[in-house]
Design a protein around this ligand. Structure first.
Ligand code: GMT
Length: 392
């Protein structure tokens, strides 16, 4: 089967998940074609003979204040589908991928070629951006036009049905983790460098957007640090990073917080971590947290969105109301000062992460692809029959 994957190529969770899915499918013998404007970040990990990358070039012109990416994406898709003879499109993050896929499908139908597309909803395409009136009609339409819809958590499915007029079933296929890559390894030398006095290590990984509540991370750490010798590692980059660095300085914590920027080998850093902080405003799933759990790192998180589906309160970590920095800090201190409990939570974290191991989740996508292709060919035959009847 030849599958086209549309995604954002950046460090965001949807692009990471799409890339991991593409790599896993290619390992199983599928031919995977990524169509996006830059090589996806996780695709740099090793050589995958079944993977193709088609760069979307967006020519500029003095007239354009906003170069029309969606038009360039659609045209590239049409070209790739025709020339590479793709069977199926799987688009990650509705905006603008679902509407581009719909448009490409319509163009191809005019050329006598039909291809189904599946839309996977990831989170902010629904919870933040998608429901903005500027995008909502296009998002609703293109989700409904998808041949199948998936959501990465039960919570995101419910949220989508609440916020949009969806006429089709939404299938929940949770995000997954590759435990062979995300597991704890012996990185004592790193730990020695970053926490030379045996301090506990807390980690936050994100794209530093407002929705992640990065200042809460710093404030939780401030309280923990006052009670427990500790260091905080901040991984990632984004619009809130400078403010977070300023806050760390103003709280006189800068020497105990390391801003490490974007990192490719996150599992090495997670291997030395004791706790992962995720105080997000909203979070449909929390892929970075799952990857942390897979490396035996318990979570201190908010109880929003789909997070409770991965962080089991009192077992793999603790959940608190959004913004309740005091509660999150108290939970963190409670764990970090009780070695037996921390060890137990670390074991629970990996045990729960195993439920989301890629070998359990990839077959769900494969099954969906087969179902969609089957339904689509039946639909196509029915449409051909109708057209023939019309002309009789
Ligand atoms: O804001 C982000 O975290 C990035 C965003 C994305 O689409 O790239 O992540 C969303 O999709 C991830 C992968 O499915 C989920 O793990 C994240 O929870 C989700 N982010 C939010 O809902 C805020």
């Amino acid at each position: 089967m030849k599958i086209g994957i549309l995604c954002y190529p950046t460090f965001g969770g949807s692009g990471v998940l799409a890339t991991e899915l593409g790599m896993a499918l290619s390992d199983k013998g599928y031919e995977v074609h990524f169509i996006t404007y830059k090589q996806p970040v996780r695709l740099t990990l090793g050589f995958h003979p079944n993977i193709y990358f088609h760069e979307v070039k967006v020519p500029t012109y003095p007239l354009f204040d906003f170069p029309p990416y969606e038009t360039a994406l659609t045209s590239t898709m049409v070209d790739v589908i025709l020339n590479q003879n793709l069977d199926l499109l799987h688009v990650h993050y509705a905006i603008p991928h679902a509407s581009a896929a719909y448009f490409a499908r319509q163009i191809l139908r005019k050329k006598g070629r039909d291809i189904p597309f599946i839309t996977t909803l990831h989170g902010t395409d629904i919870t933040l951006v998608g429901r903005d009136a500027t995008y909502e009609p296009v998002v609703t339409f293109s989700i409904n036009e998808s041949d199948a819809i998936t959501a990465v958590s039960q919570n995101l499915k419910e949220e989508t049905l609440r916020e949009f007029q969806i006429e089709k079933d939404i299938c929940v296929i949770p995000n997954f983790v590759d435990i062979k890559r995300f597991h704890q390894t012996d990185k004592r030398h790193f730990k020695q460098m970053l926490a030379p006095e045996g301090e506990k290590i807390l980690v936050h990984v994100s794209n530093f957007r407002a929705v992640k509540r990065v200042p809460d991370v710093i404030r939780i750490f401030q309280k923990v640090h006052a009670e427990v010798p500790s260091k905080l590692l901040m991984i990632g980059d984004g619009p809130e990073r400078q403010a977070a660095e300023d806050l760390a300085r103003s709280l006189n914590l800068y020497h105990d917080i390391r801003f490490l920027g974007k990192q490719e080998q996150i599992s090495e850093i997670l291997s030395i971590a004791d706790l992962f902080l995720l105080p997000s405003e909203t979070e449909s799933f929390g892929l970075s947290a799952l990857e942390a759990m897979s490396c035996m790192v318990p979570l201190i998180s908010s109880n929003t969105g789909g997070i409770p589906e991965i962080n089991i309160h009192g077992k793999t970590g603790f959940l608190s109301p959004v913004g309740d920095v005091d509660d999150m800090a108290a939970n963190a201190i409670g764990l970090l000062t009780d070695d037996a409990k921390l060890t137990l939570f670390k074991k629970n974290a990996i045990a729960h992460a195993k439920k989301f191991e890629k070998q359990h989740i990839i077959p769900l996508y494969e099954k969906l692809y087969c179902r969609v292709l089957k339904e689509h060919s039946a639909e196509k035959n029915a449409r051909l029959l109708c057209n023939t009847k019309k002309h009789e």
